[in-house]
Design a protein around this ligand. Sequence first.
Ligand code: 5GP
Ligand code: ZN
Length: 104
Amino acid sequence: MAEDCIFCKILNGDFGTEFVYENEYVAAFNDINPKAPVHVLVVPKKHVSSLNELEDKALMGELLAAVKEVAKITGLKAYKTLINTGKEAGQEVFHLHLHVLGSR
Ligand code: 5GP
Ligand code: ZN
């Protein structure tokens, strides 16, 4: 858990956020400001600030596997998956997250 990290606080249960999906390594919750009818964020449970800081290849696999689970759970057949890395690319929250965007 990183101090002042909003996603660590969500993962810690500070806001009572409901998870769309979770397992030992990752969790997924709805984006607060959805840009599509379904907009879910998939995050590692341990704090990793961006893709550039992610070294754990097993965790990389867990994140992508969780995207597929989220798609299944939310009824998405077609969806986009987005990772912003770095402020200049639009990263606003520095806890790695994969956007899953689609319509049911
Ligand atoms: P980024 O621009 O870093 O790739 O995406 C950050 C995303 O996190 C944005 O889509 C934004 O709406 C979402 N977000 C920011 N703060 C919160 C929050 O407190 N709760 C949730 N659920 N989503 C958030
Ligand atoms: Zn964090």
